[in-house]
Ligand binder design. Structure first.
Ligand SMILES: Nc1ncnc2c1ncn2[C@@H]1O[C@H](COP(=O)(O)OP(=O)(O)OP(=O)(O)O)[C@@H](O)[C@H]1O
Length: 308
């Protein structure tokens, strides 16, 4: 385990009765980075995060958060981390701003609660009891509570689930600002675009294990075969084109005049194809590099849709 990481999980196992929710999970979150944990329902994301937060006791494995043991060192760790739970943890009768101010009062240098509430669109419901807030307002209040104490590390469990597009953007903006301020963020999400937009690194979790962990762009490059597509006159000499391409590439004409090249699409490949076109008097009508998205990578790795 390296001391510099904000979160270090090695060989984590967590069972509920006879079912194994987390099955030897390894995860490192570097300080100052945003890591998104993606996985289908029941993959073990929440359980992993709850172990890191000190809410659950692991059955096996090692967990260090800011260099501390989340259970044994809870008193030292709690003031330094912010936690946004999926639900619960808030007394139903308490008013939204009372709750936020209360949490702020527990910290030495909290953010300005009114400004934070305003940013997250909670200004108009400050006097509303928690149980009467909409689902989205409850989410945003939980987020505000997680960040108000200026934590070093924030855990966000599905921070934008159920939010409208405007609230979602406000949440993304806040996460970007946290990162800019050097705060480490570990979030779980079902949304590929959220992971792609926000995360420095994405950990794909399936059946209680991390099956891929990398930068979003690297995941897309490493696990999916990209495509170069161009359109020109039908019946071009594919044999000749293939001899110009790197050996791992394939070229097909799935429809007359439409050409698909699959393989590792690098800038040099584009140059090779355009040079071949020039040599053969072909002026493509259209030429495009079509990248596989994180969604494709996820499906390829897990065989599952994110929302099962
Ligand atoms: N308190 C519990 N008691 C029994 N089983 C549980 C408990 N909490 C979670 N599980 C089970 O453990 C597995 C992992 O659940 P977990 O909530 O960690 O997954 P998740 O990836 O966060 O899923 P989701 O995306 O649906 O929130 C699931 O099969 C779930 O049913």
């Amino acid at each position: 385990m390296h001391a510099t990481a904000a979160v270090e999980v090695a060989g984590l196992v967590k069972r509920y009765g006879r079912s194994t929710a987390v099955d030897g999970l390894d995860l490192t979150v570097e300080r100052g980075s945003v890591t998104a944990v993606l996985g289908p329902n029941g993959a073990g994301k929440t359980t992993t995060v709850e172990v890191c937060e000190g809410y659950r006791r692991p059955d096996a494995g090692q967990v260090r958060v800011l260099g501390l043991d989340p259970l044994a060192d809870a008193a030292e760790l709690r003031p330094r981390i912010g936690v946004m739970l999926q639900s619960g943890g808030i007394y139903p009768g308490v008013r939204a701003m009372e709750m936020l101010r209360h949490i702020a009062s527990l910290h030495a240098h909290p953010l300005d609660t009114d400004a934070l509430a305003e940013r997250l669109g909670l200004g108009s419901c400050g006097r509303t009891p928690y149980r009467r807030l909409s689902g989205g307002q409850q989410q945003r209040l939980s987020l505000a509570m997680a960040v108000v104490g200026r934590p070093e590390l924030v855990f966000l469990d599905e921070p934008t689930a159920g939010l409208d597009p405007q609230a979602r953007r406000a949440t993304w903006e806040l996460v970007r600002e946290l990162r800019a301020d050097g705060v480490t963020v570990l979030l779980t999400t079902h949304f590929m675009d959220e992971a792609e937009e926000l995360a420095d690194r994405v950990a794909i979790v399936d059946a209680g294990r991390v099956i891929a962990h990398d930068e979003p762009a690297a995941l897309c490059r490493g696990n999916a075969r990209n495509t170069l597509r161009f359109e020109g006159r039908p019946g071009l000499d594919l044999e000749s084109l293939l001899t110009a391409l790197p050996p791992d590439c394939k070229a097909v004409e799935p429809a007359p005049g439409s050409y698909l090249i699959t393989g590792e699409v690098k800038p040099q490949l584009l140059a090779t194809v355009t040079a071949w076109c020039a040599q053969n008097g072909v002026l493509p009508d259209r030429i495009a590099v079509e990248r596989h998205t994180l969604e494709d990578v996820f499906l390829e790795l897990t065989g599952k849709e994110l929302r099962g």
